[in-house]
Ligand binder design. Structure first.
Ligand SMILES: CC(C)(COP(=O)(O)OP(=O)(O)OC[C@H]1O[C@@H](n2cnc3c(N)ncnc32)[C@H](O)[C@@H]1OP(=O)(O)O)[C@@H](O)C(=O)NCCC(=O)NCCS
Length: 209
């Protein structure tokens, strides 16, 4: 196969399984995917009896990349280190995600089964919209953000780079979440959240209080 058609999945852990399951469900040609990891525990193991995990030091430099790692900072670092340019990253969308044709999804992003990305939502590089998450109309989601399973963002929410909105959290319309913040699972975020803050609870409050 011409290597320019190969997609290299970096990561073979839990999040990578979700990504590979999406590719499988989409009917992607198994031979067009190569899975890499650095962990000795994962190298040479089989994922879904389909993909044998390769040592990342043998990464095929001609393949296009999708970084399948849940940790936002690691996903960012590997994207910058290994891609020829961020626009060369591969976005992956499960065929059972619902994405408005007016939404914009940047390279390197992953949209899981059941996720909804509503009209005019904009997602940056390497965003994860996990299972059943809802990103409502006109949201702006910065690079390397993770919207965890079942989290709901109301319309016009802004989530800046590298933040994580935990499972089942609800962010009210128009709220702004600063960069590299963490929203706890199940939180209801009623007010803006500064950068590098962890908040949780209903209504969400700073973990430092
Ligand atoms: C909010 C969060 C980041 C805090 O993590 P932490 O700093 O390690 O906090 P701890 O586990 O030490 O808990 C500290 C206290 O906060 C409480 N707490 C933790 N997370 C909470 C949450 N989401 N909602 C309400 N209370 C929470 C704990 O019960 C504990 O209370 P206590 O001191 O009275 O016993 C984490 O619990 C969380 O919710 N992460 C999101 C996980 C997620 O959704 N991941 C998605 C993966 S796909």
């Amino acid at each position: 196969m011409n290597n320019s058609f190969l997609t290299a999945i970096l990561g073979a852990g839990g999040h990578a399984k979700v990504v590979l399951d999406a590719l499988d469900s989409n009917g992607t040609n198994q031979d067009s995917i190569v899975v890499y990891d650095t962990s000795p525990h994962l190298i040479n193991t089989l994922v879904f009896e389909k993909w044998r995990v390769q040592d990342q030091k043998h990464l095929d430099l001609k393949a296009r990349l999708h970084i399948a790692i849940g940790d936002n900072k690691v996903r960012k670092a590997l994207s910058i280190k290994h891609s020829k340019g961020l626009d060369d990253l591969v976005a992956i969308q499960h065929n059972k995600a619902i994405v408005s044709c007016t939404a914009s999804i940047s390279p390197g992003s992953f949209i899981a089964a059941g996720a909804v990305v509503a009209p005019h939502a904009k997602l940056g590089y390497g965003v994860i919209a996990n299972h059943m998450s809802i990103i409502d109309h006109d949201c702006f989601i910065g690079n390397w953000v993770h919207i965890a399973p079942n989290a709901t963002l109301g319309g016009q929410v802004i989530v800046h780079e590298g933040s994580m909105v935990g499972a089942g959290a609800v962010v009210l319309p128009g709220v702004i979440i600063g960069a590299y913040s963490i929203i706890g699972a199940g939180a209801v975020v009623t007010r803006d959240v500064p950068s590098k803050e962890t908040v949780y609870g209903i209504p969400a409050k700073s973990a430092n209080l």
